[in-house]
Ligand binder design. Structure first.
Ligand code: TYD
Length: 235
């Protein structure tokens, strides 16, 4: 039996929402996802937090390969294929079941990361990536994408500081993508901003170089306005 996953989401997610978080290195996505998850839970919404690459046993194993500079595929095309294989499994194993159970899915990175990292910064043709996206994601597009925009110099500094504080005294190597040139990270940022410009209905761009709680408030306002939740301080 052919198990196409395209086209099935709207029938399977009454009341559920699919929100993705995107941005370059050190943009603070995971911190902001934790804030939003807490606020949604306070508002009585059931939440599933997940991430890419990862989010299912196969996709977590693919993550290990992709982020290890010694194991990652060399070409951006081979990387994109593996990111999409992981995404297909993540959708089938984790995202779809959570949406079907009427949960709101908050996902740290999704297809826009492939478009920006492997496409805009890595050189894979946009049309090839869109073919893959139609095949794998189809109608399961996010309802809302929060793009945390940051200057790559500031973002990479934050990512470095985070690595050092996670393993004080240890020499921790940057992963496959963190260690790319500044030029790569600048193309990446421009790529994300292009995606936002082309999809103004779906993508909300926020300045990630602000105070953590200011950004959390802006995200909460964007989410509650978009989905009709009561606003107010849910902290
Ligand atoms: P992660 O440690 O999750 O980084 P971050 O905290 O910045 O999200 O590592 C994920 C890395 O994988 C990150 O450098 C972005 C990259 N990536 C791609 O290149 N393409 C993709 O499709 C995805 C989902 C991630």
């Amino acid at each position: 039996m052919m198990t196409s996953i395209a086209g099935s989401v709207s029938r399977f997610r009454p009341g559920a929402r699919f929100i993705t978080f995107e941005g370059g290195e050190g943009a603070g996505k995971s911190t902001q996802i934790a804030h939003l998850a807490k606020r949604l839970e306070v508002a009585g919404v059931a939440v599933k937090v997940t991430r890419e690459p990862g989010g299912s046993p196969f996709a977590e194993e693919a993550r290990r390969l992709l982020l290890d500079p010694a194991l990652a595929p060399q070409s951006a095309l081979a990387q994109a294929l593996l990111f999409y294989a992981a995404r297909a499994d993540h959708l089938e194993s984790t995202i779809q079941p959570a949406l079907t159970a009427a949960k709101w899915v908050l996902c740290d990175r999704f297809s826009d990361s492939t478009r920006a990292y492997q496409g805009a910064a890595g050189g894979v043709e946009g049309t090839s990536l869109e073919m893959l996206d139609r095949l794998v994601v189809g109608a399961r597009q996010p309802d809302l994408t929060i793009l945390l925009d940051i200057d790559p110099v500031a973002g990479l500094q934050r990512a470095n500081a985070r690595r050092v504080s996670a393993s004080p005294g240890a020499f921790v190597v940057a992963d496959t993508f963190e260690s790319r040139t500044l030029d790569f990270h600048q193309r990446l940022r421009a790529g994300f901003l292009e995606i936002a410009k082309a999809n103004p209905q779906r993508v909300a761009v926020l300045d990630a170089f602000q105070n953590e709680l200011t950004i959390a408030d802006q995200i909460w306002r964007a989410v509650s306005a978009r989905f009709g939740l009561a606003t107010g301080d849910a902290r």
